[in-house]
Design a protein around this ligand. Structure first.
Ligand code: CU
Length: 183
């Protein structure tokens, strides 16, 4: 096809505009990548500093009560992590620690049986993701538990069912869940 002068100009302007857009996009991608890189390495450096300064330690205090779990700090360093688990409530609780992205990622019981509907379906969690548990922690007692935790996100919960007069109260569904991040 033979282009007349004005067609050629339109074509030239069009391809120039296209090149500019491509250049801007490429530059934006480069800047984003550089920023992402520097941010993550800066964050890593800061985390390393906090670990070596002892700010991020290997211990955390966990408080169990009706019906909540509080963990301080919620960020610890990987390796042997010692949890001091205090039940300040008035009934028995427990602490189960599993590797999971979030509480909502935990499998739930859908049909009442051994466990109530909505409880964590512990049997459906891969053995490799089960890091450990305290077992029953009676009211106003404290237990310590040391776990070997690789970096990752862990969900801690109490999955006790209290059955009385035909109704069931599951502690997890009433808010006994917390997250622990290991770096
Ligand atoms: Cu509980």
């Amino acid at each position: 096809m033979r282009l007349n002068r004005s067609d050629r100009e339109v074509f030239a302007v069009g391809s120039l505009a296209f090149s500019l857009v491509a250049l801007v996009l490429a530059f934006a991608a480069l800047v984003t990548a550089a920023r992402y890189d520097s941010r993550s390495s800066a964050t890593n450096k800061r985390l390393d500093k906090l670990v070596s300064a002892g700010v991020i330690g290997t211990t955390a205090s966990v408080t169990l009560q009706e019906f909540s779990i509080a963990v301080h700090p919620g960020l610890v360093q990987s390796g042997n992590v010692t949890l001091t688990v205090a039940n300040t409530g008035s009934i028995t609780h427990e602490l189960v620690i599993v590797r999971a992205a979030s509480a909502s990622a935990l499998p739930r019981v859908k049909k009442a049986g051994e466990r109530s509907v909505g409880a964590v379906n512990e049997e459906a969690i891969a053995e490799a993701d089960k890091m450990g548990e305290t077992g029953d922690v009676p009211a106003r007692t404290t237990v310590t538990k040391t776990l070997d935790l690789p970096p990752g996100t862990y969900v801690m919960f109490c999955n006790i069912d209290n059955k009385s007069s035909g109704s069931v109260l599951n502690h997890f569904t009433h808010g006994m869940v917390a997250t622990l991040v290991v770096v």
